[in-house]
Design a protein around this ligand. Sequence first.
Ligand code: 5RP
Length: 222
Amino acid sequence: MNQDELKQAVGQAAVDHIKPHLDEDSIVGVGTGSTANCFIDALAAVKHLFDGAVASSEASAERLKSHGIPVYDLNSVDGMDFYIDGADEINEHLEMIKGGGAALTREKIVAAVAKKFICVADESKMVGMMGTFPLPVEVIPMARSHVARELVKLGGDPVWREGVVTDNGGQILDVHNLKIQSPMQLESDINQITGVITNGLFAQRGADVLLLGTQDGVKTLK
Ligand code: 5RP
């Protein structure tokens, strides 16, 4: 299977995973990116089984609506059982780097509300130590240079993702060359920098389940 087929396989596996738990009141939390898109497309086949979705980006909201799936504002729902999203890197502890699609802040917020985070990823995303993929950090625009200087002090090489404005009006710094030995600590340290909206380390709230697409089928890691 090629990478696209692996993404489709994990998207379908996520639907199979949540389907027995869906009822007419269920709200499904939906992430962002090409793997999350595969999940959305598979989810459309069971849209009669649940109420609607909360999306972590405008792009995912549009895709959900195009399938006729109602999309709710997060403030209008009490909670949700599942949040399904991809990752840029994930380790054996199910800690992740996310934000390659610049949706990290809304992803972190929706994930915080969900009882269970299901990560869907092809096997290329599984790593020993995170940091080969540059860590995205969303910043208030006027703080960008200040945050960049502070990130250099933490050992990284931040690069402004020029031209990208997030759904929240933020800008993105991609931090290269970090050796992420203590993901939870680094997540806190970066979030302490004034002007940071959030960073793409999902360690304090990692995934609960990983559906990993491999050439031997979809593996479930918990
Ligand atoms: C978007 C994300 C995505 O989940 C991450 O970039 C993975 O994307 P893809 O499934 O396209 O590889 O965090 O902000």
